[in-house]
Design a protein around this ligand. Structure first.
Ligand SMILES: [Zn+2]
Length: 189
């Protein structure tokens, strides 16, 4: 496997493990040239599945496309490469299990959103805003509203709790503010 850092094709496998119930094998490798480590995944090749896009255009199912869409949405969020890989594998398995030879791109997009929503709300909103191609601010607000409502409730709880514990004290109050900021972060994005 060619090293993603120095491009030299000379590595050794330092760890192999089965993941996703044995559907994939994850190998940790060390480049013998630059000594940096990287990860590869191995999986069974299945019968070709086509994705039917809006307008009827078909293209081969491509897990890398799903992965890159997820990676953009998850940028700078607390989501690891393995988390993303697990999401891609889950979606891929569902597509192959539920569709014979063609899957609508819409079904994939909706499923990505569903799974992402349970993982990280900021990543979810980012993905949704691109995928749903929000036509105007109203659509965007409709999508955000349930998330913001629950975050506002969480922020109130945090701020209220800090105030009760230490009225007027700078330390805990600041901590509460920071927590509140973190909780309402989706509004900034
Ligand atoms: Zn290297």
């Amino acid at each position: 496997m060619r090293c993603p850092f120095c491009r030299v094709d000379n590595d050794r496998v330092i760890d192999s493990r089965s993941i996703d119930d044995g559907a994939n094998i994850r190998r940790r490798r060390e480049c013998l040239s630059c000594r940096r480590r990287f990860t590869t995944y191995e999986r069974v090749e299945r019968q070709a599945l086509s994705v039917v896009k809006k307008g009827g255009v078909r293209e081969p199912f491509d897990r890398d496309k799903i992965r890159s869409g997820l990676a953009i949405a998850c940028g700078k969020r607390p989501i690891t490469e393995q988390d993303i890989e697990a999401l891609v594998s889950a979606i891929e398995s569902e597509c192959y299990d539920n569709y014979e030879s063609e899957v609508p791109s819409r079904a994939i997009g909706e499923r990505v959103m569903e799974l992402l929503r349970g993982v990280d709300q900021v990543a979810y909103v980012r993905f949704a805003s691109v995928y749903r191609e929000f036509k105007d601010a109203r659509d965007f607000v409709d999508e955000l509203e349930p998330i913001l409502a629950s975050d506002r409730a969480a922020a109130r709880m945090v701020v209220g709790g800090a105030a009760m514990m230490a009225p007027g004290a700078a330390g805990p109050a600041n901590a509460g503010d920071r927590a509140a900021e973190a909780a309402i972060e989706p509004r900034g994005r």
